[in-house]
Design a protein around this ligand. Structure first.
Ligand code: RP5
Length: 162
């Protein structure tokens, strides 16, 4: 059963959003990836948000660029947690996307991540952490991931000064 929805406003967002998909896949999470555009397919957005809970989604990762309505409008249509990823845009490099997603008025929350690849990857990891609240085995794998990451940094060396 699909647990996480991964949606984005365009297939041009995939280059960034695939970093969320990679994290979900690495932890064996069942997810679906779809293009859902807030302004070009608003009816599909409503349908996706309205059906999310009944379909068993535990969280929705939503990425969009520019005037990024997608995460906020999805959050307006469901109480399933929405994790927003600002996708870099051509002219304002994603600062527009970030502000569009993060500045939700009180009452309809969107958990907003960093612009670009790091934000997408962290949204994936955050979704894993949400699921891990109910799944001890997944929690153990997440802790092992952190341990491995820590050991990689502890093993880092720097060049000698000439
Ligand atoms: C947004 O417009 C999408 O999320 C994408 O980031 C941006 C550009 O879309 P395309 O013109 O590449 O389809 O809706």
């Amino acid at each position: 059963m699909v647990q996480i929805g991964l949606v984005m406003g365009s297939n041009s967002d995939w280059e960034v959003m695939q970093h969320a998909a990679q994290q979900l896949k690495a932890f064996g999470i069942a997810f679906e990836a779809r293009v859902v555009s807030a302004h070009r397919t608003p009816d599909l957005l409503f349908e996706y948000g309205e059906s999310a809970e009944a379909r068993g989604l535990k969280a929705i990762i939503a990425g969009a660029g520019g005037a990024a309505h997608l995460p906020g409008m999805l959050a307006a249509k469901t109480t399933v947690p929405v994790l927003g990823v600002p996708v870099p845009s051509k002219y304002l490099r994603g600062e527009d996307s970030l502000l569009s997603i993060v500045q939700m008025p009180k009452g309809i929350p969107v958990a907003t991540f960093a612009i670009g690849e790091a934000g997408a990857a962290n949204a994936g990891l955050f979704a894993v952490a949400l699921l891990a609240n109910e799944l001890p085995e997944l929690r153990a794998r997440l802790n092992a991931f952190r341990e491995a990451q820590k050991n990689t940094v502890l093993a880092m060396t720097l060049p000698e000064v000439e």
